[in-house]
Each structure stands twice: as C-alpha cells, then as structure tokens.
Design a protein around this ligand. Structure first.
Ligand SMILES: [Zn+2]
Length: 422
C-alpha cells in the first residue's frame, strides 16, 4: 500500500511536471512569436544584442577603441596617493596593455559551460587607449575629493572636471582616490569609474597587484558596456535571471537546468565557479552574447547603465560597409563606425540622430532613397570632426534606372559634412 501510494504520488508529480512543461513550452513559443514579431520592426532590431556580435568577416567585425584617462586624487601636499613619477606612468601603460589582452584573448572554454552548442569568439574587438594621466591636489579642508566612502564619488570627481576642465570629460575617466565602499574595489556608473585603495597609496608596487588592477578596470568597463554580473540577480539588467528577457545570456546560463530560486528561472552562477569577465573572480571569458551587448553600448545609448554615454568615448572604423537592402526606418539614435550603402530599390528613413565617425560616408545608389525625416545625420563626439558626407549617385539621362534621392523633411538635416551628387 505504502509503495502504491508512493508510486501514485510520484505519478502525480510527474503529471504536474509534464503539465508545467507544456505550459512552459506554450509560454516560450508565445515569447518567440512576440520576439519574432518585434524583430520585424526596425527599432527592436537595433536593440537586439544578437545583431551586434562581432563575428569575424561580417559587417559587425569592427575594432573599437575606448579612449581612457587616469585621474589621481592626492592630498593638498601631493601625498596620500600615487606620486607623479615616471615609474607610475610605466605601470599604467602596462596595466592598460594587460586590459587590451583581457579583451583580445578570450579563452574559448567558459566555466561553467552549457550542455548545448554555443558560439565563441576569441577577440571581442574592444580595445583601450590611454590618453593621459592627471594628478590633482585636493585643497579642501576635509580632503573631500581625495577621500570618500560614499557611493558614486566618481561622479563628484567627474562633475568637478566637467566644470573646471571640460576637455577632460571626453575620455572614459578612471579615478583613483582613497576610501572604501562596501566590499567593492570600485564601481562604474554615470560615465566614469571610481577605484579606491584602502591602505597603501602606492598600491603595492608589484605585478600581482597591477595585474589585479587591470582585471578590476576590465570588469568595471564591462559595466560601462552594459554588462551585469554573472553571479547576482538583478532583474533590471535582464541578463542573468529570466530567460524571457531580451538581454538574457542563453550562452552563459544553462536554460535546461532546474532553477534554484531567487525568482529566477535559471541557475545563477556563483562568483567562485566561473571565469567570466563579469564574475566575481574577474576572469576574462566573454560570451558572444556579452560581446553583442558590449558592442551595442558603443552604438546606441546605454540601455541599462543609463546616462553613461559610453559611445562618446569610443572610436573606430570598419571597412565592411552596412548595406541597406530593404526599406528601413531608423528611430533609435546610433553611432556608425562604417559606411552605409543604401542599395537600389531600398529606402532608408532617418527619424533620429545618427552619428558618423570621421572616416565614414553614406552612399545612396541609383534607384535608392535616403529620407531624413526630422532626424539629423551628424558627426560623432570624441573627435568632433567633419565626416565624409553623403554621395548620391546620378543616373545617365538615357538610363532606365533613376538617380538616387536624398529627401529632407520636417527639419531633417545633414550636419558637419557635405552632400555630393555624382
Ligand atoms: Zn562589478
């Protein structure tokens, strides 16, 4: 009897599981239907992380450089933080070099792995260039710039620069000051990074320490690129908790595993059991979907780390052009790192601000249309230079194909570049 009862209980359980499974499948198919429907509209296509993965040999295969500067906050007498000596410059150059290595050499075996096949890319195509190292002597009576235990002290420092040295906020700023916050080594919010040391102002002058610092910055810049931790639940970042979120990382989290709670429908990865750049161990593994999110943050405004403006610190140019073969409407502001070619028969409508890097141009082929409807095509903010402009192809009189067309309406304009008809 007991056995039978037990058996029945199991069967009920299995039945319930099957029911739940069919329900899940139903919900999942619903999601894919909705998701597929969304892909059709241009806006969501440009929000999709999958559309930014830098697969080698594709038009996404563009190396992008994040321009950084280091700001060291000392006491009024110049003490209490790193000194302005050549040895420290050499250290920082080495640290930035290591950061480049962390983003360029991706181990192809993320830990833990998922049981199904996923892609991996060796090089994330994101690089860093150290533009300058600055030192500041804090003359406030309480050394309130040099020392802080407040969250977002980095913002206070960056705001100070914005006011006194506006040219210095063109780079992604890495501030070093004394203090602490929770158990962190620093944080990355509002367009800059705060890093603090607690004891030794020279920050232990050895390679072990400096190697750690390179990993710390690589990780914090990851946050600037809209990546969230792989080990703690944060619904608002949409990457590590619910498989239905747009930015869920299905190549990092095993979607077939039974969830362990925390309101997530996947298992979180503990900070001790992974080699991910965004894990607690600050490894250097990046999944292709993480690379997609990172590259998206160089093109459109930050979706999660709001107001960060990461793309303003980034430059690059890829020789693969972006071909527009079907009618598209762009209503999400984007920064373009390549030429745009509007192909014969297609119409590209711009309803927002599109930023072009200095080397980039737009070609409107014969039989193609570019409509700037209330939008603006302009230069990007880091170099703040002219871009290569728009070329509208003219057809010969005898030709059966019509000339390309550029239509400006509702105040739509071209800025910091010329339009040529040829
Ligand atoms: Zn972090």
């Amino acid at each position: 009897m007991i056995f039978l009862f037990f058996n029945k209980l199991i069967r009920i359980k299995i039945f319930k599981l099957v029911l739940m499974k069919s329900f899940l499948i139903f919900i999942t198919s619903l999601f894919f239907l909705v998701a597929y429907g969304q892909v059709k509209t241009e806006e969501s296509a440009y929000l999709k992380k999958e559309n930014y993965i830098p697969y080698p040999g594709t038009s996404n295969d563009i190396e992008k450089t994040v321009h950084v500067a280091i700001h060291i906050w000392q006491r009024a007498d110049g003490s209490g933080n790193m000194r302005d000596i050549p040895a420290h410059y050499a250290r920082f150059i080495k640290i930035i070099d290591w950061m480049n290595g962390l983003y360029a050499k991706n181990p192809d075996a993320p830990i833990p792995g998922v049981p199904y096949k996923v892609d991996s890319i060796y090089d994330s195509k994101i690089r860093f260039k150290l533009e300058k190292i600055y030192f500041y002597k804090d003359a406030t009576p309480d050394s309130s710039y040099f020392y802080s235990t407040d969250y977002l002290h980095n913002k206070k420092l960056n705001d100070y620069l914005k006011e006194h040295f506006p040219e210095r906020v063109k780079t992604l700023n890495l501030h070093i000051f004394r203090g602490s916050y929770a158990k962190a080594s620093g944080y990355s919010e509002y367009g800059s990074i705060g890093t603090f040391y607690r004891v030794n102002p020279e920050m232990s002058e050895d390679d072990v320490h400096d190697w750690w610092l390179s990993k710390h910055w690589a990780h914090e810049i990851g946050h600037g690129l809209d990546l969230w931790h792989t080990y703690d639940a944060n619904g608002s970042y949409q990457q590590n908790c619910k498989s239905t979120y747009r930015d869920f990382l299905w190549d990092v989290y095993d979607t077939t595993a039974v969830p362990s709670g925390k309101g997530c429908n996947v298992d979180l990865i503990t900070d001790k059991s992974n080699n991910n750049l965004m894990g607690g161990q600050e490894g250097n593994s990046m999944s292709v979907l993480q690379m997609g999110i990172a590259h998206r943050a160089t093109v459109i405004e930050n979706l999660y780390n709001k107001g960060y403006n990461m793309r303003d610190f980034v430059t690059g140019y890829g020789y693969w052009s972006k071909a527009i073969e079907n009618n598209e409407v762009w209503n999400v502001s984007m920064k373009m790192y390549q030429d745009i070619v509007v192909k014969k028969g297609a119409t590209l409508t711009i309803k927002t601000e599109i930023q072009m890097v200095p080397k980039a141009k737009i070609i409107v082929e014969k039989g193609a249309k570019l409509i700037i409807d209330g939008g603006v095509i302009t230069n990007e903010k880091y170099y703040n230079k002219e871009w290569k402009g728009i070329i509208v192809r003219k057809a010969k009189k005898s030709s059966s194909v019509e000339s390309g067309e550029l239509i400006q309406m509702n105040g739509g304009k071209v800025s910091h570049a010329k339009v040529k008809y040829k």
